[in-house]
Design a protein around this ligand. Structure first.
Ligand SMILES: Cc1cc2nc3c(=O)[nH]c(=O)nc-3n(C[C@H](O)[C@H](O)[C@H](O)COP(=O)(O)OP(=O)(O)OC[C@H]3O[C@@H](n4cnc5c(N)ncnc54)[C@H](O)[C@@H]3O)c2cc1C
Length: 379
């Protein structure tokens, strides 16, 4: 079964020099993404061409040792690329994270057939997709029941249930999902779901502020057959333990980029409004010190995302929480510093404010992180 068009990493040329990558990501962001940002925000435009261009440049493969030309697992590089894009547009930065998470699942799966078929094309952004792990993450933290059920049948699984929202989906896209199998050995398994699979309805039931351009759909499964070849993990718990820190750390790219952008907005008005903005809290230099500190913490944590100690996981969750809290403060401060300019319909400051709340509510949300930190502290 052919489930994707693999492209050899050898075919990707100019980005084989990792030093050139940040510059190329900046260029794609400035030349291709920036002209679309307001459309993405206000019209819900899905920037497919930009997402492919970022992939072709090498943005989605740095955290995948098997796909990175350096042969290294470079989570920091992936976070930096996402941060550059999120500084301009968080919707696109979030979709980079979705794509990175999909590659992370494939890279860490023991299903070598699936890896051979799909990993290179996900890493290069030829094949796009995302992740439906919010619900399972909350399920495993005791926050809500699991929404998908699986029944083992000959050659695969039949899936039923509904996920209210999964992003970065479209025709030809894939996403990772977790379901519970009943029967003799009840357990959770993780599968790769092709959006085109029969019985899967992608419905646009809602419209979103800030994130309308993210290709977000309600996924309704009616006896969707997923063949064995698309199994990512069975059972899922050891797999989740392996991928969790990387999954969460990668999200730092969204927070760091958004905070950088807010600081820049505040500095832009310093010449005209500095004489009165100096009476505000959270001045740009203070926030810049805090984001530098956070960036260093995140970078240190990326050195071994497979550390299984509670202390390490707790530091990762704390860094993710700090990112959300600082993003909210920075966006709030950007609104107050930019004043009326920030309130205009196309103004970046009010867009950043709406985007910052997404950083804070996307799983793991602030409340979820505080619950996990509590649980880790009492272990
Ligand atoms: C724009 C957008 C994109 C998202 N993309 C993804 C994604 O790609 N993958 C993914 O797994 N998750 C995605 N989510 C879900 C997200 O990660 C969070 O799980 C969600 O925002 C709720 O998190 P919470 O912890 O604040 O739960 P709460 O808001 O406290 O909600 C508790 C539960 O109620 C459900 N709920 C709340 N309102 C509704 C509603 N109107 N209809 C149906 N159910 C509802 C929530 O989904 C959640 O399961 C997305 C959410 C949004 C808003």
């Amino acid at each position: 079964m052919s489930i994707g068009q693999s492209k050899s990493t050898a075919e990707v040329t100019d980005m084989d020099c990792p030093v050139a990558l940040p510059h190329t990501i900046e260029q794609i962001t400035a030349d291709q993404l920036a002209p679309l940002t307001v459309r993405i925000d206000r019209e819900g435009y899905y920037p497919r061409a930009v997402l492919h261009a970022l992939g072709a440049a090498g943005a989605y493969r740095q955290h995948l040792a098997s796909q990175n030309p350096t042969g290294q697992l470079d989570l920091s590089g992936a976070i930096d690329a996402m941060s550059v894009v999120s500084r301009e547009c968080l919707s696109t930065g979030f979709m980079m994270w979705c794509q990175d998470a999909l590659g992370w699942y494939l890279e860490n799966s023991e299903n070598t057939v699936l890896q051979a078929e799909l990993l290179a094309s996900v890493a290069s952004g030829e094949v796009l997709g995302g992740t439906a792990l919010s619900n399972p993450m909350k399920y495993f933290s005791g926050i809500e029941p699991l929404h998908l059920q699986a029944q083992q049948v000959e050659g695969g699984y039949l899936i039923n249930g509904t996920l209210p929202w999964v992003s970065h989906l479209g025709p030809g896209h894939y996403f990772g999902a977790i379901c519970r199998i009943q029967g003799e050995t009840p357990r959770e398994i993780m599968l790769l779901v092709p959006c085109a699979q029969e019985g899967l309805d992608l419905k646009q039931l809602a419209h979103f502020i800030a994130m309308e351009g993210t290709g977000t759909f309600s996924c309704q499964f009616h006896d969707v057959f997923i063949p064995d070849v698309l199994l990512l993990a069975d059972p899922v718990q050891p797999f989740l333990a392996r991928i969790k820190a990387g999954f969460v750390l990668l999200q730092a790219g969204m927070a760091l980029g958004l905070i950088d952008a807010c600081i820049e907005l505040m500095r832009d008005v310093e010449g005209v409004l500095g004489h009165v903005n100096c009476y505000l809290d959270d001045r740009p230099d203070e926030l810049a010190d805090e984001v530098d500190e956070l960036r260093m913490q995140v970078s240190a944590l990326t050195s071994d995302p497979f550390d299984s100690s509670n202390d390490y996981l707790s530091d990762v969750m704390q860094a993710r929480l700090s990112g959300s809290e600082l993003a909210l403060r920075a966006a709030h401060a950007a609104m107050l510093h930019t004043g009326a300019r920030g309130y205009l319909i196309d103004a970046p400051a009010q867009r950043k404010l709406r985007e910052a709340y997404f950083v804070a509510i996307v799983t793991p949300a602030i409340k979820h992180l505080r619950k996990e930190l509590d649980m880790l502290a009492s272990d």
